[in-house]
Design a binder for this molecule. Structure first.
Ligand SMILES: [Cu+2]
Length: 143
């Protein structure tokens, strides 16, 4: 089929329609798009950076033996990313609310470490740093 692509390419350069290449459905991904410009390499598979409203990430800092912000409200499907911003080990461990349990592992987040968790189930999730609980706790409201 590579030969066919090459022919198709050169035909396209000549400005002719590629009808002579044994059917148009051969190159499955082309669909109705007529952008046959780079037939050799095909990096067009990348889903164009998951922007949009669905895949969002909210940052929470761990600083002064607190989560900051302590309470956040996020849309369903949001990922929360915690970052330890001080030289004290912390962790992120769910203590209540809907959805799956999660924990970064007791006290295993050193300075600069991050932990991510996605929230798909609406409700109020409570979590703590088990090292500094109950003083170091946070709430995530998923809508
Ligand atoms: Cu802590």
């Amino acid at each position: 089929m590579t030969k066919c692509v090459a022919v198709l390419s050169s035909v396209a350069v000549l400005g002719l329609v590629a009808s002579g290449c044994g059917g148009s459905s051969d190159n499955g991904s082309s669909g109705s798009k007529t952008t046959a410009k780079q037939p050799a390499k095909r990096p067009a598979k990348q889903p164009a950076k998951s922007g949009g409203t669905a895949a969002k990430t909210i940052q929470v800092s761990m600083k002064n033996i607190q989560f900051s912000p302590k309470s956040i409200s996020v849309a369903k499907g949001t990922t929360v990313k915690w970052t330890n911003d001080e030289g004290v080990n912390h962790d992120v461990t769910k203590t209540g609310g809907p959805g799956p349990k999660f924990s970064s592992g007791t006290g295993n987040l050193s300075q600069g470490d991050t932990y991510e968790q996605k929230f798909d189930t609406p409700g109020t999730i409570k979590y703590v740093c088990t090292v500094h609980a109950p003083g170091m706790a946070g709430i995530i409201t998923v809508k």
